[in-house]
Design a protein around this ligand. Structure first.
Ligand code: ASP
Ligand code: MG
Length: 450
């Protein structure tokens, strides 16, 4: 059970967390205690990023002030959720953690140098203290529980700031250190996002890494399910800013989630749950304010209900580049030349469609557009059109049910489509159209399928 920043933001949120864990735990048999992975309290990692930045700029006073205010916030939460001995112990731990942070930050500010390794030591404090606070909250409620330092279990390489887990070592340690506690019926509380190198130096998995931690622990311990508790009801069938009253997607496949991730359906980043999905462990997204809702379940190979798509998504403000050349006719090497231009200008291409003499692509980063067009002009005609948008309809059913494609196109019959593409996976249909038509098109598709 992973709880994100907003689900541990303050004493009320922590109260909800306890309630959620207790309710689920009560339903299970002994020896089935959950592992609780927590993020830093909402906003804390951003604040720690700023602290490291101040130190790097030599602004020691500002950095120290920011550390003090973070300490105050954590102390206030700690006081609110504990009493007596629990409180004394927790305050000691929290104060000690911030004392070390203050010393570290002071040294960094004097040196005006923050290495990736030092940055991790600063950033990790959010999860170190949030996990201790949540562990103390369980103790206060007399729920059998134990805090485990993630750095003794989650072992990573030394690519600080974006460290990758050593799965073999981590799994071995998880089985040795975490599993016995679960078997003893204790709720294990552990900080997400953080780990340590083989030499014991603190590392982090990259921003948003707590989901990744949850998937790693779940995979190593062969758990039945991974729950990502957040502040939304799950993945939606469409962006609520564009389509009135989208629905929650009850389940989707990992591949569908990956298709949707590009379109900002970023409840979670699919690559972070890969360790779980590759072991066939379902991942559920749940709302900690509405725990009774079923949320969205992501599995290796879910199928939506017959006759339906899974979700539609869009990306606005993209640019279409049309490249035409008669030299392309029956020639080889043309596409290589063309894509080399995009590579040279470090610009990602999203949608691609081709005919025998033309290629159209979309890009959303237009910073180097001029150079790209210039270079393309060396061997082809090239023009661009801005203020376009991509709509992507995703569904595993597209493969089995050819009528879905027809229904989607029919829904858009009054709207000029610039490009249409369906890739070999046949899990999505992509339409490129004028940005000004997006809202209308999304509504038509949503009405048709949902
Ligand atoms: N606290 C970290 C971050 O904000 C990790 C996480 O929340 O997943 O990036
Ligand atoms: Mg987060």
């Amino acid at each position: 059970m992973k709880f994100g920043g907003t689900s541990v933001a303050d004493p009320e949120a922590i109260g909800r967390l306890i309630h959620i864990v207790r309710t689920q735990h009560a339903k299970k048999t002994a020896g089935d205690a959950p592992v609780v992975v927590v993020s830093a309290l909402a906003g804390v990692t951003d604040a720690l990023v700023a602290v490291a930045q101040f130190a790097e700029e030599g602004q020691g006073d500002r950095a120290a002030a920011a550390v003090r205010s973070l300490e105050e916030r954590h102390v206030a939460v700690a006081v609110a959720i504990t009493s007596d001995d629990n409180r004394a112990r927790l305050l000691d731990e929290v104060r000690q953690e911030f004392k070390e942070l203050a010393g570290l930050v002071h040294a960094l500010a004097v040196l005006r140098e923050v290495s990736p390794r030092s940055r991790d030591a600063v950033h990790a404090v959010g999860e170190l203290v949030s996990s201790r606070i949540v562990a103390a909250a369980f103790a206060e409620q007399k729920i059998p529980s134990v805090w485990i330092d993630a750095r003794t279990v989650l072992i990573t390489d030394d690519e600080h700031n974006t460290a990758a887990p050593d799965m073999a070592e981590t799994c071995e340690r998880a089985r040795a250190i975490v599993a016995p506690q679960i078997a003893a019926g204790k709720v294990v509380v552990v900080g997400g996002f953080i780990g340590a190198t083989a030499n014991g130096v603190t590392s982090t998995l990259g921003r948003g890494g707590s989901d990744y931690s949850a998937a790693i622990f779940g995979a190593c311990l062969d758990l039945a399910e991974i729950q990502i508790w957040t502040d939304v009801d799950g993945m939606l069938t469409a962006d609520p800013r564009i389509v009135a009253q989208p629905r929650v997607v009850p389940q989707l496949s990992f591949a569908e989630a990956s298709e949707l991730a590009y379109f900002g359906a970023k409840v979670l980043h699919p690559s972070t749950i890969l360790p779980a999905v590759s072991k066939n462990i379902p991942v559920r997204i749940l709302n900690s304010r509405r725990p009774e809702n079923a949320g969205t379940r992501i599995t290796a190979d879910a199928m939506p209900a017959a006759g339906c798509l899974t979700a539609i998504a869009c990306k606005r403000d993209v640019t279409v580049i049309d490249i035409t050349s008669t030299r392309m006719l029956m020639a080889h090497g043309f596409l290589r030349r063309l894509f080399e231009v995009f590579e040279r200008f470090k610009t990602a291409v999203d949608v691609v469609t081709t005919s025998e003499v033309s290629v159209s692509v979309t890009v959303d980063d237009t910073r180097r557009l001029e150079g790209i067009l210039d270079n393309l002009h060396n061997f082809a005609e090239a023009s661009c059109e801005r203020e376009m948008a991509i709509i992507c309809a995703v569904g595993e059913n597209l493969r089995a049910d050819p009528s879905l494609f027809g229904r989607a196109v029919t829904a858009l019959d009054r709207i000029p489509l610039r490009l249409v593409s369906q890739a070999a996976s046949r899990r999505n249909i992509t339409f490129v159209l004028r940005d000004s038509d997006v809202a209308h098109a999304m509504m038509r598709l949503h009405e048709t399928f949902f």
